[in-house]
Design a protein around this ligand. Structure first.
Ligand code: ATP
Length: 337
């Protein structure tokens, strides 16, 4: 029986890479029906609403969405569309796998999955200015909210992910030496959960600054990483840089009733509409989606074809050092399937 998936092409390079991704999914014979919806700047321009009700209803109904990058329109009242989607659907875990696909770079053996708590911390959204005298913006304050509940489910997801995918170790990254309450709570919860998985999954913790250095020096020492929202955002871009850049970095946002799959990169306005964007990240995000839907066979076929095209090096997009267009890259994958 075919599965209906909400499809949000998005802004900037979104429509180009979405088109390429759909062609690859069609070619592999994925049994999907697309429910096309709008969000981001294109939706704001058309409906004066960056997250139209119809889009939310569609995700609610289908429970799975594939999403291109979204631009948050500038203006009063518009918060980040991505953050709003995470909150609406309670997408508490952001999963970003990164392993070496383009060989011959600085590292050969990086194979890391970052699991980021997706709703709390400094991105919770509790911030305001403080007036002093005549200056209404004399100071600004952001609250980093960490809850036991939120930490528990994100960290537990990381351990369960490790078990399910045969991974050996979870590294919890924090700054509990300075932020003793918020980061301390996250670490405490991690230590408690680790006891439940003793003998099955190893556990260690690292302070964020030391972790940044160790990731750049010896990334092959790490396996599954779990961390709070802001650190996860930064570390996942760092790790995607270790393995060949944003053009090949997929992500999944997981919640109890819905999951949204996306590329880690943004709308890339500098190359939008030029047909040169790398669709690899969204294609790999679609593979995570097929895994989630239980179609691991087709997901693996696409990954194998994509890896082969990259190994051949004749059809690489510009970000990978080649001259191929978005559609030529997709065609090369399709030819390999
Ligand atoms: P946004 O504000 O939407 O996050 P941005 O330009 O700040 O946009 P990204 O869109 O992530 O951030 O882009 C960062 C850089 O990486 C840009 O130079 C962009 O061209 C490049 N880039 C991002 N994604 C791709 C891609 N899929 N293919 C090629 N280059 C990309």
């Amino acid at each position: 029986m075919s599965t209906t998936v909400t499809l949000i092409p998005g802004d900037g390079i979104g429509p180009d890479i979405t088109e390429a991704t759909i062609r690859v999914l069609d070619a592999v014979g994925a049994d999907l029906v697309w429910d096309r919806q709008m969000a981001g700047a294109s939706a704001a321009a058309r409906y004066n609403d960056p997250i139209p009700e119809a889009t939310l209803d569609s995700i609610k109904k289908n429970r799975v969405a594939l999403k291109g990058p979204l631009e948050t329109p500038v203006g009063e009242g518009y918060r980040s569309v991505n953050v709003a989607l995470r909150k609406t659907f309670d997408l508490y875990a952001n999963v970003r796998p990164a392993h070496v696909i383009l060989h011959g770079g600085r590292f050969e053996k990086v194979d890391i999955v970052i699991i980021r708590e997706n709703l709390e911390g400094l991105y919770y959204g509790a911030e305001h200015y403080i007036r002093i005298g005549d200056d209404p913006k004399a100071a600004a304050e952001s609250v980093a909210l960490i809850t036991r509940y939120g930490s528990d489910r994100a960290i537990r997801y990381a351990f369960e992910y490790a078990v399910k995918h045969g991974r050996k170790k979870v590294t919890l990254v924090h700054k509990a030496n300075i932020l003793k309450y918020t980061q301390g709570l996250f670490l405490d919860v991690g230590r408690e959960i680790a006891k439940e998985y003793a003998g099955r999954v190893q556990f260690e913790d690292r302070i964020i600054d030391a972790m940044a250095m160790q990731l750049v020096l010896k990334p092959e020492n790490f396996d599954v990483i779990v961390t709070t929202n802001l650190f996860g955002d930064i570390l996942s871009d760092l790790v995607s840089g270790l393995v060949g850049g944003l053009g090949l970095a997929p992500g999944a946002n997981i919640g109890p009733t819905a999951a949204i799959f996306e590329a880690v990169h943004g709308t890339a306005p500098d190359i939008a509409g030029k047909g040169v964007a790398n669709p690899g990240a969204l294609i790999l995000a679609a593979c995570l989606m097929l895994d989630h839907l239980g179609d691991t066979v087709r997901a693996e076929r696409i990954r194998t074809a994509l890896h082969a095209v990259i190994d051949e090096r004749t059809m690489l997009t510009r970000d990978l050092g080649g001259t191929a267009s978005t559609s030529q890259f997709a065609d090369a994958i399709i030819a390999r399937l």
